[in-house]
Design a protein around this ligand. Structure first.
Ligand SMILES: [Fe+2]
Length: 271
């Protein structure tokens, strides 16, 4: 049922460089449940949340101050929670977080086939190419901005592109700004049942530059409690990753694997 929607997203990515999507009702319900459960989690005591932090900070809860967009001395002003693939076993004490992890797995269950359809439709535009598998190398991340006004910064996240294949993002409150080929940045928002699909530089490499990475930033509107939820889509790196356009002999895996280092994060795992 989402295939027609995915075909439209694919056309928007190729023609406009990003896509605004109104979800079917079951997708919107799963998304809102994930937001509700995430808000409850971030409201927990700091010491409780830290119990769910992995030693490499890549799984589960990550306090503010680790991840950045341009420079380590300007960390993103949010804490976050990440679920890689469906690997609850990588999140310390995940069994204590069943309402949250159930909701995230539910939202992921909508996203995986939807994103699969999108990637296949984009690949089809380049002829006889095989889209990469992605589910085991992709992850959900929920960002929570507790006190946006602290620090006096105009931007909560500096201008960046995500360095992934695609990002599917929903935000509860204003702040996101994108450069979509027009003059300067413009504000975009998502309604309760809406997401944006943003291409990253891995899609740029795969398409031989046909789809540019969508640069974006998050402006500080002094809002407390803003939540954004992203599905960061990475290709699995177990097979060679050849461009769909241009020199098809090149293997793109090395440049994909260490892209998170530009944000202070570990390499992309395949789980
Ligand atoms: Fe981003």
């Amino acid at each position: 049922m989402t295939d027609l929607l995915a075909a439209g997203v694919s056309r928007s990515l190729l023609d406009s460089g990003f896509a605004e999507v109104t979800l079917p009702s079951e997708g919107g319900t799963l998304l809102q449940e994930a937001i509700t459960r995430s808000r409850a989690f971030f409201g927990l005591d700091a010491q409780v949340k830290k119990r769910h932090t992995s030693s490499d900070l890549n799984f589960g809860y990550r306090p503010m101050g680790v991840e950045y967009s341009i420079s380590p001395d300007r960390p993103d002003l949010n804490e976050c929670f990440t679920l890689w693939a469906d690997r609850l076993d990588l999140i310390p004490a995940a069994e204590e977080l069943a309402p949250l992890t159930d909701a995230l797995l539910g939202w992921r269950g909508f996203l995986v086939p939807f994103v699969g359809d999108i990637v296949r439709h984009v690949a089809d535009a380049f002829g006889d190419v095989t889209p990469p598998d992605f589910a085991k190398a992709s992850y959900l991340q929920v960002n929570f901005y507790p006190q946006a006004s602290s620090g006096g910064r105009d931007l909560l996240q500096d201008r960046h592109e995500d360095g992934h294949l695609l990002t599917v993002i929903h935000a509860t409150d204003p702040g996101l700004e994108i450069w979509d080929g027009l003059d300067g940045a413009r504000a975009v928002s998502t309604g309760a049942e809406q997401v944006l699909v943003m291409p990253g530089s891995v899609l740029t490499a795969l398409t031989g530059g046909k789809v540019a990475p969508l640069y974006h930033q998050v402006r500080n509107h002094d809002l407390a409690g803003r939540i954004s939820i992203m599905y960061f889509v990475n290709p699995e790196l177990t097979e060679p990753l050849h461009p769909w356009n241009g020199d098809r002999k090149v293997d793109l895996r090395d440049q994909v694997r260490n892209k998170p280092s530009m944000f202070g994060l570990p390499d992309v795992p395949v789980l």
